[in-house]
Design a protein around this ligand. Structure first.
Ligand SMILES: [Mn+2]
Length: 432
């Protein structure tokens, strides 16, 4: 039997940024979601896979939760299953690894039988026999691993590998960066593409987390990997094209994809006015206005814009740009209803390359710096570096921080415990 399903994700429902147009933004994200649901029904798919960040926050607006339930009931009427994993926006873990709350519970708890939230930790806790996967008609296995930050690789080998079936087709849902395929950053968690290429009997790997869609790739092991991106512009700098995949899995396990574009309700744009050579201050304003006018040619959609100036001003500096006239233009446009939102970002402060070079070179190698301070005592330096890395890890998670950017009590205690254990100190010494 062959199967047809939709792959999408990063729908970020209840995204309320920018705050002054929260309502319009929430509606836009809902519209994009509904568009995909409409298509699922129209295309008569067997099921839908959602690769995480269904909601933008752990506590979405109640009317948005209601909206999702309504869409799921529509799917239920057409007998279309909806498999979802948890993105980093849906739920968060404290530094001990315990889940603090998950927006998907708001849907799962509503007992709409077509909605399946796949998560190895949740499944284990609720004593399910199928931990981290669901079987569709005993022919297709859908294995899901949501966002697990720095534990991703550990959980992948613990739950994903054993879940891969020899008899069924396997579809993998991931919410992570994939090094070699999506965007990825050295200090952030990712799965290497080479690792995924080593899996056997996996037909399709659906990736979420990266908001820019990526062209599907056929891997050496025969699997097809695809990243659908977000369904609506989450921030100003994402690619304009938003889409979902219609995936067909043939009887023999062959995968073919078709992409469908998702229309956007608004025009969300970053307008960057860059002077390659020194320009008069007024030039920047003229350029900005003409770029906005260009966007106004789309008469159907309202504008949400961010403006930034870069480069040199002929007489004076970038702070001399007469913003007043641009602001006037903007407020007039707002009054017509064509412009929903505009902000002007402060210019980037220029740093002379020579100064930059010196500081960055000095700050790059922390390990060496520690070694130098500790005069080559390697054992001590290793411990100190480990503490540095650990505190950086704690600080990198917003959940660990107070509003003014210090570590919260719980994270602070973890750091103290780490130091105590590395130094073989009694816990009492730190007053814990
Ligand atoms: Mn996302």
């Amino acid at each position: 039997m062959s199967f047809k399903f939709i792959h999408f994700g990063d729908t970020h429902l209840s995204r309320t940024y920018p705050a002054s147009i929260a309502y319009e933004r929430v509606i836009a994200f809902n519209k994009a979601f509904e568009f995909v649901i409409d298509k699922a029904i129209e295309l008569d798919v067997d099921f839908i896979v959602h690769t995480g960040d269904l909601f933008d926050k752990v506590t979405p607006w109640p009317n948005v939760v209601k909206f999702v339930k309504k869409q799921l009931i529509r799917l239920k009427e057409h007998d279309i299953k909806f498999y979802a994993i948890r993105g980093n926006h849906d739920g968060s873990f404290d530094p001990e690894g315990a889940l603090k709350g998950c927006s998907l519970d708001l849907i799962e708890g509503s007992s709409i039988p077509i909605f399946e939230y796949i998560d190895p930790i949740y499944d284990s806790l609720s004593k399910k026999s199928n931990v981290g996967y669901r079987d569709y008609l005993d022919e297709v296995r859908i294995i899901g691993l949501g966002y697990f930050g720095h534990n991703t690789n550990k959980l992948f080998s613990q739950y994903v590998i054993p879940a891969i079936s020899d008899e069924l087709f396997n579809i993998l849902l991931l919410h992570t960066f994939v090094e070699g395929y999506t965007q990825w950053y050295k200090n952030e968690p990712y799965v290497p593409l080479s690792y995924l290429e080593g899996l056997s009997n996996v037909q399709y790997i659906a990736v979420g987390h990266d908001h820019d869609f990526r062209k599907p790739l056929k891997l050496r092991n025969g699997a097809v990997i695809a990243c659908s991106g977000s369904t609506e512009k989450w921030d100003f700098y994402e690619s304009d094209k938003k889409m979902f995949y219609l995936v067909t899995l043939s009887k023999s396990g062959n995968v073919t994809l078709k992409e469908y574009e998702i229309p956007s309700m608004h025009i969300v744009k970053a307008i960057i006015i860059k002077a390659e050579e020194p320009r008069p201050a007024e030039w920047f304003i003229r350029e900005a206005i003409s770029r906005i006018r260009e966007l106004l040619k789309d008469t159907k959609r309202k504008l949400i814009i961010r403006i930034r100036f870069e480069g040199k001003v002929a007489k004076g500096d970038i702070y001399d740009i007469p913003l007043r006239s641009l602001e006037k233009f903007i407020s007039k446009l707002k009054a017509t209803g064509k412009l929903l939102y505009a902000d002007i970002l402060p210019p980037e402060v220029e740093v002379k390359p020579s100064e930059l070079k010196e500081t960055s070179e000095r700050s790059v190698n922390i390990r060496e710096l520690i070694n130098e301070i500790l005069r080559g005592n390697e054992e001590l330096a290793k411990k100190a570096f480990e503490i540095f890395e650990y505190s950086r890890f704690l600080y990198s998670d917003e959940e660990n921080l107070t509003r003014d950017g210090n570590l919260r009590e719980q994270a602070y205690r973890l750091l103290k415990r780490k130091i105590s254990s590395l130094w073989g100190l009694e816990q009492g010494l730190f007053g814990m």
